[in-house]
Structure formats: C-alpha cells, structure tokens
Ligand binder design. Structure first.
Ligand code: PEP
Ligand code: MG
Length: 577
C-alpha cells in the first residue's frame, strides 16, 4: 500500500526511482572478521589506504573529465583525508589497541569525526560525515565489502546520513533523488546534489524506517512530499509532472546563451555564487555571466592552517581566469557566525552571529587580511576580479580597508610582484546599519552587493537557521524591502552598481521587484539562473516599476508574495513556482 510522508524539500524537482539504501551498516561483517597478527593487520590497513587512494584518484580523474568539478573537489578532500599522515598514525595506534585492521580504521576515523562534531556547528558536523565516510570506505576494502552495485535504472538514494562519496561517485543520470533522515542544507551531500540539481528531501526523521531497499518511490523536492510504493494512479499523476519538468529543463537549456534582458531592453547580469574555483565550470553551463560571490572562507576552511598568499592567489586566479573576462567577485573571508575556523582559536561566544566575525577579524588580523588582499590584487591581472568585504556596519571600516589595500599595493611593489590596479572594491550590504548609511558608504566603494541571507535575519531579529521561526524569515517583509530599496537607490545616485548575492536573488518574483528598484546584477546558485532569466525576459521594466509601486504600498510580506504570484503567474517563467 502506498504510504505518504513529508520532509523538508531543499532541492526542487520530481524524482521517481527505486530506493537504494546508502550508508551501509558494517556490524555483521565486523563480527565475522578474523584478524591476523597485529603486524599483519597493520599491513592490511596500509594496503587498504593505498588501494582506496588509487581508486579515489581514478574516480576524481573520471569526474574531472566529465566536468563534474564540484564532486571531484569533494573526493579530492577525501583523498587528502586518506593520505593524511595523522590519520595513518592514529590507525596504527588503534590497531595496536584492538588488534583488528577494519575496527582500528573505523575507530580512528570516528575519533577524528567526533572532534568535528563537538564543535556544535553544522558545517563541521557535515565534515565529520566525510571523515566517517572515508573510514568506512577503507574498512570496507579490508573486509572485502563491495560498494553498492549500480544498475541501469535510476535510483533514489536514501539514508539517515549519506556519505558524500556515494553521491559523488555515481553518474548524475543514475541518481533520481536523495532522501535523508537527518542532514542539513549545508552538508556536503546536499551541496553536491544542488550543483547537479538532484531533487532532495531531508529531515524525515525516524519515518525513514518505512522505506525499504528496492521500494519504488516518488519524491517532490519542492514540497518535501515522499510517496512510498505509489499506486498506479499516483504514478500516472507524477509521470505527467515529470514530463512537464523535462520540457521545462529543455526550455531552460535553450536559454543558456540568451541575455537576461527585459522586453524593453533593460539588461541584468546573472552571476553565480561559488565556494571554490572548481565550481566555475559548472556555473557556466547554466549560463552564469561570471561570479557574483566567491565565498573565500571555503578556501580557509578547506585547509588545516592559514592558506598562504600564494595558495590563495592560485585559487583566485583560477576562478578569475575561468570567468573569461566576466566579473569574479571575491568576498574576503567571512569566518565566524556559523563558519568557525578552529585554527584561529577564537574563544566561544554567546552570540556568534553578532560576534567576532568576518571583517571584524580581518581588520584585527592584518597577518590574515593583507595576504588575502594581495592575492586578490594579483589575481586581478588574469581577468576582471573584484574584492568585496562582508559584514560592514560603518564608514570607518571601509576607510580602514582602503588603507590596507593601499598598503598591500606598496608591499607588492616592494616585493616585485605584479598586480592589477583595476580591482574594484565593494561591500556586502548585509547589516541594517550598512543599508541605512548606504548614502555615506557609497562614497567610498565601487559597488554594493546585498546579502539578504544575513540582512533579513538582522533586520527582523530572526535566526536564519531556526526552523521554528522560519515563517517569519520573509524576504518580502516591508522592512526588508525598504532597506533593499534604499541601498539600490544610494548606489544609483552615486553612479556605482548594486547587485544582490543573497538567496533572495534566486526568487524570480523578487527579481522583478529588484529590477523595478534598479538593481543591475543578481548572483545565485547556478541552477537557479535559467528560471530567473526567464522571468526577466518575460516582463518590461515599466511593468516591474508598477509592480514595485504596488508592493511598496502593501503592509504584509505574505500578501506581497501572493500578489506577485497573481500578477506574474500567467508568465511562462512562473511555471513551477
Ligand atoms: C548573505 O548574507 O546574504 C550572503 C550572501 O552571505 P552568506 O550567506 O555567506 O552569509
Ligand atoms: Mg552573509
């Protein structure tokens, strides 16, 4: 009998397929395993580490050839974990203690994972999953356990937690969807699924036990609905939806090389948000015209020590080059808040989102900030780089940034290193303070990029990650809209450009309102680009201004979205919204 459950839809789309339970339990294999002498077990562990490394290298190579760069990057991180000398040392100690190679490997990986988990942070909890994943992979090799066989049909991967390597290691066309019992929107498995636009639902909790290996399943990644063992009627209903989805995807693909321009010729730049330079290739396949937000903190988080100027230069240069003349906005590190960096040894804080983070750290720690500025200025020689600073609240901060940019240039000249003098310097407007004083800030910068993810939470005093108050986190709240409008207006009056890199930019209805306000750039996760482009191409700027005027008279955020839906629903671009 069909069973219906609901989770949190995080990546939209309909998926149909047979369930493949991922995240295998190794208990039975471990119980049956007969260890040899400690020396023999040590040898087996070493051989397994070498074999898994080789296997990972081959998969990484295949993924790179298929231009699946994001997945390749994640497996590359796994390879580094497998080859980490600390890990090897830890495995030796554990085998000495327990006498079994697979158990020792799992114990070592779990111990390191626990350290990450204790950080009580979503990002690091996600990295703990990677470590356990790596441990399991190596242990499986010793135990002779095969990875799940992949057939020709499409599967829906389902697990309490799914190891990123399972998704990364499978060809995209074989994964119809992903279901997670737990999981967070920032876990690696979700990052991979998002880049590949795989419909995903998470947070179904213990209802996961209702799903069996091989069950036929339908999932709706927008609504979060999951139908287990659907009836013929349900299957047909969703089959129609899938056909519509396919047509829409083909339609979007045809938009790739068309400009985002309104019917009356107003042009908007649509750019991508990226975490590593390796994401640029994928972003370009969706028609991104460059990068509007390179979250450089991921360069810092992907390392166990502060990345040197040279290391950063390589990463920024690669991203700038791949943008081939389009803009590449590199945000200086936004550490703190939900993205701690253990090696900076920052004391725990009661309110990390209101604490020592982002620019506040950079302005204190010139040893971190100057090499980053220098690396960006040097990368500017290879294309159109821009530098953007996060969490600005005052004019004095941007003045201090400017002095440091000057100092970086002087030092580069002394060091005989070439750099670009044309790197634009802008700020994120993501605090209410910055939006309010935007007429003052506009005198000192080349551009504003509105970071609504934080701007909304700070304006409304609503934690962006708290599910209980998620209904209050509304981008169309009149207070938020007024701050955004003020920011764009300040930029226009000063003759600098204003863009948006918060998630709001990926909402096609919001795009129309922002267009009406005079925004000229929208940056988002790449798969959202075609939908937004379609909407922009379906309206005129006059219509956008009229809608904006109506919206600014309205008092309730929920009514605003409903009104925009009503007014724009006839547009082709609103399909599926
Ligand atoms: C934002 O705050 O809108 C933003 C883009 O930055 P992040 O999500 O990294 O905080
Ligand atoms: Mg932010």
């Amino acid at each position: 009998m069909a069973e219906q459950i609901r989770g949190k839809g995080v990546i939209s789309g309909i998926a149909v397929g047979k369930v493949m339970l991922a995240g295998q339990n190794l208990d039975g294999y471990l119980a049956a395993y007969k260890p040899g002498s400690v020396a023999e077990e040590q040898g087996k562990a070493e051989a397994a580490l070498a074999a898994v490394t080789e296997n990972l290298l081959a998969t990484i190579d295949r993924l790179r050839k298929d231009e699946q760069t994001e997945q390749a990057a994640i497996l590359e991180a796994h390879r580094m974990m497998v080859q980490d000398p600390m890990m090897a040392e830890n495995i030796k100690t554990k085998i000495e203690a327990c006498g079994s190679a697979p158990q020792g490997i799992l114990d070592a990986a779990n111990e390191q994972a626990q350290i990450f988990e204790q950080m009580e942070d979503e990002y690091f909890a996600a990295r703990a999953i990677d470590l356990r994943d790596v441990g399991k992979r190596v242990a499986k090799y010793v135990l002779g356990v095969k990875e799940p066989e992949i057939g020709t049909g499409q599967v829906v991967l389902c697990g309490e937690e799914i190891e990123p390597s399972v998704v990364a290691g499978m060809p995209t066309d074989q994964i119809a969807g992903v279901i997670l019992g737990s999981g967070s929107a920032t876990s690696h498995v979700v990052i991979i699924a998002k880049a590949r636009a795989i419909p995903t639902v998470l947070g179904i909790g213990d209802k996961i036990s209702l799903i069996q290996d091989g069950d036929e399943i339908i999932l709706d990644g927008s609504r979060g609905d999951i139908i287990i063992r659907p009836t013929e009627e349900e299957r047909l209903l969703y089959q129609d939806k899938i056909e519509e989805q396919k047509k829409l995807a083909a339609h979007y693909a045809a938009l790739k090389d068309l400009p985002a321009v309104t019917k009356d010729g107003v042009r908007i730049e649509l750019t991508a948000n990226i975490g590593t330079h390796m994401d640029v290739d994928n972003a370009l396949t969706y028609g991104a015209e460059g990068v509007g937000l390179f979250r450089s903190e991921f360069v810092f988080m992907g390392s166990t020590t502060i990345p040197t100027e040279e290391e950063q230069f390589k990463a920024y240069r690669a991203a700038v080059e791949k943008c081939s003349g389009h803009i590449c906005v590199i945000r200086t590190m936004d550490i703190g808040g939900d993205k701690p960096l253990p090696y900076l040894n920052i004391d725990p804080e009661e309110n990390p989102f209101l604490g020592y983070r982002a620019l506040r750290i950079s302005l204190d720690r010139h040893d971190l900030f100057l090499p980053q500025i220098k690396a960006i200025l040097r990368a500017g020689l290879y294309g159109k780089a821009a530098m953007m600073v996060p969490m600005v609240i005052s004019v004095s901060e941007i003045q201090r940034v400017q002095k440091l940019v000057e100092q970086a240039k002087v030092e580069l000249t002394h060091e005989g290193k070439e750099y670009s003098d044309d790197v634009q310097v802008g700020i994120m407007v993501e605090t209410p303070a910055a939006a309010v004083v935007s007429p003052l800030l506009s005198q000192y910068v080349d551009f504003f990029s509105i970071g609504t993810n934080d701007l909304i939470q700070y304006t409304l005093a609503v934690d962006r990650g708290n599910a209980q108050i998620a209904h209050l986190y509304n981008p169309f709240n009149p207070a938020v809209l007024r701050l955004i409008q003020r920011t764009i207006q300040s930029a226009r009056e000063r003759g600098i450009w204003a863009g948006m890199c918060g998630e709001m930019a990926s909402d096609p209805y919001a795009a129309v309102i922002l267009l009406g306000m005079g925004i000229t750039e929208l940056s988002m996760s790449a798969p959202s680009i075609p939908r937004v482009k379609e909407m922009i191409r379906s309206v005129t700027s006059t219509q956008a201004k009229e809608l904006l005027a109506d919206v600014m008279k309205m008092e309730h955020g929920v009514d605003i979205r409903a009104y925009l839906h009503k007014m724009l629903e006839s547009s082709d671009a609103s399909a599926g919204l």
